[in-house]
Design a protein around this ligand. Structure first.
Ligand SMILES: *[C@@H]1O[C@H](CO)[C@@H](O)[C@H](O)[C@H]1NC(C)=O
Ligand SMILES: *[C@@H]1O[C@H](CO)[C@@H](O)[C@H](O)[C@H]1NC(C)=O
Ligand SMILES: *[C@@H]1O[C@H](CO)[C@@H](O)[C@H](O)[C@H]1NC(C)=O
Ligand SMILES: *[C@@H]1O[C@H](CO)[C@@H](O)[C@H](O)[C@H]1NC(C)=O
Ligand SMILES: *[C@@H]1O[C@H](CO)[C@@H](O)[C@H](O)[C@H]1NC(C)=O
Length: 435
């Protein structure tokens, strides 16, 4: 045998041995799953998830921010880990953050932002091990780890205003370093994720379906394109950065199947980034530009045919609770339809449109007027509100509860479905591990 052939055989068998041992030790999950809990202990409702991070691993609670670009965690207090590493300036990891700053110690930086309060400071970028539960879509499976998951170091100041047990925030937005991007590249699965906020428990999937609750809800989604706002609406973005949030194209709004007369210019995004409709998990309720709010509220009151009572903040349109009956779909009220491209409809049923305030004996249309004083209130989350808000409609968390939303980042498409229509809910995922 010629030497090169011997070498070839040797290399081939080595490759086989190596790939065999990798196959034995590394399990490739198809998808990952995280629990979501609704937290009402602080002034704003927050949706919290939990991951395990650091060496030794510790559970870390984090507030979810659908439109946030980054994962940040407070490093100032209680961060102990033997595997935490700084990301150096001019490294390829640093460039993923579109960073404009470098510390004296040559550590790459990007501002961690608390999108609940709007507070932002400076922060170093680090990486550390993170452990998350895998899933086959039907139930949860073994924990898998990502050894060098990138994050920004936050501080006590940025953490302030988050729910009590929370140490940071998880952004699911369209950056190269959000959880969906980092998980899909770590395990080579599709850059898709699905979020299902519950009235108490919910679920977050990374990767493709099935998404088994009572049924495989990935089969019943309806789709609409995700739009990109050319201008960021976030407090700590750089000039010229496009938005990493999720916008959809609302073309018109119907109340009880009747078209509401709106200034449609406000529904599209202009070149300065004004207008349009985005989806948010940090705003507890939908916020609408004043003229849209008034038109929708007037149409709603007219269709319901019940007289209004003194409103309870942050809402502007309330009714006596005994005047509104209930159905399986929540309060029995006129349906509100967001009409999207190609006449696809996002139907907001009573359980999502109404908020009951039992102490006051009222039930309110769960939307907030961006121009009202209440829109500046901490209860509705941080918004650049006022008479000319940057975004005309922010679909808030109450309107998302028990809806499954799938974000497909490769095809830029949103799949959605109200689980009420399926006699299902977001708390039905089986988190009982099979290991
Ligand atoms: C998941 O559940 C569905 C229906 O309940 C079943 O058809 C499918 O075989 C299950 N898949 C796995 C991997 O358990
Ligand atoms: C995280 O939040 C859950 C649910 O809100 C709570 O039960 C748990 O104690 C918290 N864990 C930590 C480590 O803060
Ligand atoms: C509609 O909204 C646009 C954008 O804010 C505004 O410039 C225009 O004057 C409005 N039109 C009407 C009829 O109010
Ligand atoms: C609603 O409730 C109030 C107080 O209970 C009552 O006076 C009123 O007649 C009711 N009906 C309508 C249509 O508002
Ligand atoms: C949850 O999944 C486990 C398998 O991991 C199974 O043994 C158990 O019966 C399931 N529980 C329910 C309520 O379906």
């Amino acid at each position: 045998m010629v030497p090169s052939a011997k070498l070839f055989i040797l290399l081939t068998s080595l490759t086989l041995i190596i790939s065999f041992s990798i196959a034995q030790t590394s399990f490739k999950p198809k998808a990952l799953v995280l629990p979501i809990t609704k937290d009402t202990s602080s002034s704003t409702t927050q949706y919290i998830t939990q991951i395990k991070q650091r060496t030794p691993l510790v559970p870390i609670n984090l507030t979810l921010d659908l439109g946030g670009g980054y994962f940040w965690v407070n490093c100032e207090k209680g961060y102990v880990s033997s595997t935490s590493k700084p990301v150096l300036c001019a490294s390829s990891q640093c460039s993923l953050f579109n960073s404009h700053s470098c510390s004296d110690q040559n550590i790459c930086g990007r501002s961690p932002t608390n999108t609940v309060t709007g507070v932002s400071t400076f922060g170093d970028i680090h990486s550390d091990i993170v452990s998350v539960q895998s899933t086959n879509g039907n139930y949860s499976g073994r924990f898998v780890s990502v050894p060098n998951l990138l994050f920004i170091c936050g501080s006590n100041v940025v953490q302030k205003g988050l729910a009590k047990s929370v140490k940071g925030m998880v952004g699911l937005g369209r950056t190269k370093v959000s959880f969906p991007s980092q998980f899909s590249s770590a395990f080579s699965f599709k850059n898709k994720f699905a979020i299902c906020l519950g009235t108490s428990n919910g679920v977050l999937f990374f990767g493709d379906g099935p998404y088994l609750l009572n049924f495989d809800e990935s089969k019943v989604l309806i789709f609409t394109p995700l739009l990109t706002n050319p201008v960021s609406t976030a407090p700590s973005s750089f000039l010229g950065e496009k938005s990493v949030e999720y916008f959809i194209g609302v073309k018109s709004i119907k109340v009880s199947d009747k078209n509401v007369n709106l200034n449609t210019t406000l529904l599209s995004i202009d070149k300065n980034g004004f207008g349009g409709t985005k989806i948010s998990t940090v705003n507890p309720y939908t916020i609408m530009e004043t003229s849209i709010y008034k038109a929708v509220s007037n149409a709603f009151v007219k269709a319901l045919r019940v007289s209004t009572v003194t409103p309870v903040a942050p809402f502007g349109t309330c009714f006596a609770i005994q005047n509104v009956s209930s159905s399986r779909m929540g309060p029995d009220v006129p349906s509100i339809d967001l009409v999207l491209q190609n006449d696809v409809v996002w139907n907001i049923i009573g359980a999502n449109s109404m908020v009951s305030i039992y102490e006051k004996n009222v039930i309110c249309l769960g939307f907030v007027d961006a121009g009202s004083d209440f829109a500046k209130d901490s209860q509705v989350g941080f918004v650049v509100g006022g008479s000319k808000p940057m975004t005309s409609i922010i679909i808030g968390a109450h309107q998302l509860e028990n809806n499954l939303l799938q974000f497909d980042l490769d095809t830029s498409r949103l799949g959605f479905r109200s689980l009420f229509l399926e006699h299902d809910n977001c708390g039905n995922f089986n988190f009982t591990s099979s290991i």
